[in-house]
Design a protein around this ligand. Structure first.
Ligand SMILES: *[C@@H]1O[C@H](CO)[C@@H](O)[C@H](O)[C@H]1NC(C)=O
Ligand SMILES: *[C@@H]1O[C@H](CO)[C@@H](O)[C@H](O)[C@H]1NC(C)=O
Ligand SMILES: *[C@@H]1O[C@H](CO)[C@@H](O)[C@H](O)[C@H]1NC(C)=O
Ligand SMILES: *[C@@H]1O[C@H](CO)[C@@H](O)[C@H](O)[C@H]1NC(C)=O
Length: 406
């Protein structure tokens, strides 16, 4: 095992772009075929229409990577905050050095406030978090603050990106203190983070005195983070409620129990992302990335209450060795997860969430970028209806529970 890990490490040095993949392989129990897998990864990367269209390998090298220190001065020009209110989709950059900015902004003190934090290679309008940003704007009932720290997480700078998490969290806390001066308190904020962004949501707790009301962690990133101490990554004490989706457990996403409530979705690997499994004997990189990114689509879908996936109580690991449905009181996953629910819940769902065309009664529901397969195949549609019926049954159970006990 040790010699295998070294071999992988040598490879990793040679191909820094594939750091994430190499980290995965270093933890993979089997050694044979690792080189083939790496070659396969190289071939898989350029072609993926779903996510990797902006991963241009002819771009920067590691010497262009930006590394901030925790001693940085906030605000920092590489960490920007944009406010979106209502359905207009018009960005208003938050200017914490301007005492007048808040009063002039459209900030609605009666609406819930959500901070959306992207992950590696992300940005204000980049995949996959842009899907969720657009979903919040479509509903128009939130103050949405997007945190854009794109320059600090450019490819191939994963190591620097991980080291930039604390500086970004520090500048978010600085932005929160500006809101506090204007009588908007940290307890009122929900932080929704994808991948590395989940850990940023958790690290904010290192710099503020009141806890965030809620963190929604969309498949918190695993590579280089799983062995860190609690104050270096997301942990269950970082907010009053820490809600975690696991959609790619053990590869890009963390395994195990990370929040106050964890949802293990399809045992940590999404079936509709499978494309090349049979050819390469193990999931390819783009398949893993598709599973990882779909955490965002599950969250977007959950903003429409009756469409949220339902989770059922199950054993507290993700992935599990023996995955099966346990019967218990189901809870909705995402925006409408009740604050008192804790533990691990399993979600089973065969079809891509928030895929455009998923709902025949509302053709505008969803986003095309959440569809790894075309939604218009009759066979899929029938399957989808069955799957929806199952979800409806779980909702009925939940509503009965709510009526009887709450
Ligand atoms: C990749 O980047 C290079 C230079 O930055 C550019 O010329 C090329 O068009 C890009 N390719 C794609 C597919 O975006
Ligand atoms: C490369 O780095 C420069 C400077 O940091 C930046 O302006 C540019 O956008 C980067 N290009 C890519 C493709 O990330
Ligand atoms: C923020 O406000 C300050 C003070 O009013 C001003 O000098 C600065 O140009 C503003 N920055 C941006 C990005 O608008
Ligand atoms: C299914 O949808 C895709 C993408 O929207 C489209 O290109 C294709 O023609 C459609 N197929 C049928 C049979 O309608």
């Amino acid at each position: 095992m040790a010699s295998c890990a070294r071999l992988t490490l040598a490879h990793w040095t040679a191909a820094a772009t594939f750091l994430v993949a190499a980290t995965y392989l270093a933890g993979f129990p089997l050694c044979s075929g690792q080189l083939d897998a790496l070659r396969q990864l190289r071939q898989d990367v350029p072609g993926d229409m779903f996510l990797l269209d902006r991963d241009n390998k002819t771009g920067n090298s590691s010497k262009d990577c930006l590394q901030k220190s925790e001693k940085l001065q906030c605000p920092d020009p590489d960490i920007r905050f944009y406010l979106y209110v209502g359905t207009s989709g018009e960005a208003d950059e938050i200017n914490t050095t301007d005492p007048e900015w808040f009063a002039q902004s459209q900030f609605n003190p009666d609406a819930p406030t959500v901070m959306l934090v992207h992950g590696y290679r992300g940005g204000d309008s980049l995949m996959p978090t842009v899907v969720l940003k657009n979903a919040y704007i479509k509903l128009g009932t939130y103050n949405l603050i997007t945190v854009d720290y794109g320059p600090l997480v450019r490819t191939p700078c994963y190591v620097q990106a991980v080291n930039n998490l604390k500086p970004v969290a520090k500048c978010i806390s600085h932005m929160l203190s500006y809101f506090r001066l204007n009588n908007v308190y940290t307890e009122k904020f929900t932080c929704v983070g994808f991948s590395l962004g989940s850990h940023i949501c958790g690290l904010i707790d290192n710099y503020v005195t009141e806890k965030l009301e809620r963190i929604i962690a969309l498949d918190p990133a695993r590579p280089l983070l799983s062995n860190r101490r609690d104050n270096q990554k997301l942990d269950p004490k970082d907010a009053q409620q820490v809600l975690v989706f696991h959609t790619n457990a053990g590869f890009y996403g963390q395994t195990g129990w990370t929040g106050t409530i964890d949802f293990c979705v399809n045992n940590g690997a999404q079936p509709y992302c499978q494309k090349t499994r049979r050819l390469v004997r193990r999931p390819s990189l783009d398949e893993q990335l598709c599973s990882h990114a779909h955490a965002v689509c599950y969250m977007a879908q959950s903003l429409w209450k009756e469409r949220a996936q339902m989770g059922e109580p199950c054993a507290n690991r993700c992935p599990q060795n023996n995955f099966f449905d346990r019967r218990g009181i189901p809870v909705p996953m995402g925006e409408f997860t009740p604050s008192y629910a804790t533990g691990t819940f399993c979600v089973k769902n065969e079809f891509p969430p928030y895929c455009l065309g998923a709902d025949e009664t509302d053709p505008t529901f969803g986003d095309e970028r959440c569809c790894p397969v075309y939604p218009n195949k009759t066979r899929k549609r029938i399957g989808q209806m069955l799957s929806e019926r199952r979800t409806q049954r779980r909702w009925k159970m939940w509503n009965r529970f709510e009526d009887d006990y709450l």
